[in-house]
Ligand binder design. Sequence first.
Ligand SMILES: CC(C)(COP(=O)(O)OP(=O)(O)OC[C@H]1O[C@@H](n2cnc3c(N)ncnc32)[C@H](O)[C@@H]1OP(=O)(O)O)[C@@H](O)C(=O)NCCC(=O)NCCS
Length: 165
Amino acid sequence: MTLRAFDEPGAGEVVFRPGGRGDAAAIIGLIASENHRTAEPDRITRRLDQLPSVIAERDGDVVAFLYCRRFSPDMVELSNMVVASRERRSGLGARMVGILEPQLVELGFRAAIFVNCRLHVGATDARAAAARAFWLHQGYRIVFSTHGSVVFTKFLGDPPVDSDG
Ligand SMILES: CC(C)(COP(=O)(O)OP(=O)(O)OC[C@H]1O[C@@H](n2cnc3c(N)ncnc32)[C@H](O)[C@@H]1OP(=O)(O)O)[C@@H](O)C(=O)NCCC(=O)NCCS
């Protein structure tokens, strides 16, 4: 995947750029420090290789990431996203989603799906509530939920004419 800077770096500013396999270690570090769980390097590397992703850096440190995986030929799963605690509620997460979605549309994806589960190791009800508020704010809607998991979806671009979305 071609690497292309989204923004020119500025001292102390957050810079958004495409992710690549070289970011796997930093992503695993953020998952460990923020979500208190381990992650599979191969799986993350595969996802970074296959589809677009977004990395946010401040002064060279990865402070947030968002990557995805193919869910069906025209649906994409936003498979993981973390913003470092100290960077939250400043619009970073929304900005990353806003950067990624148009790239996914260009690749032919017509809908995105995201699953948030409060049963994961390290998850809490408060974090699940924050995630829920975040995805609703991004225009996603809840299509299904169980005791532990909530499935969010959104049409990317115009919904099909016969949909109820
Ligand atoms: C969910 C998460 C990615 C949000 O990232 P963020 O950069 O803080 O989100 P933003 O600042 O872009 O928030 C955009 C909007 O989402 C909503 N929102 C985000 N976090 C919220 C919270 N904790 N409580 C209520 N609303 C929230 C708000 O409407 C917010 O707009 P506002 O700040 O103007 O009110 C971040 O909290 C996170 O990394 N959580 C831990 C990991 C996790 O749960 N990952 C799974 C993601 S579903």
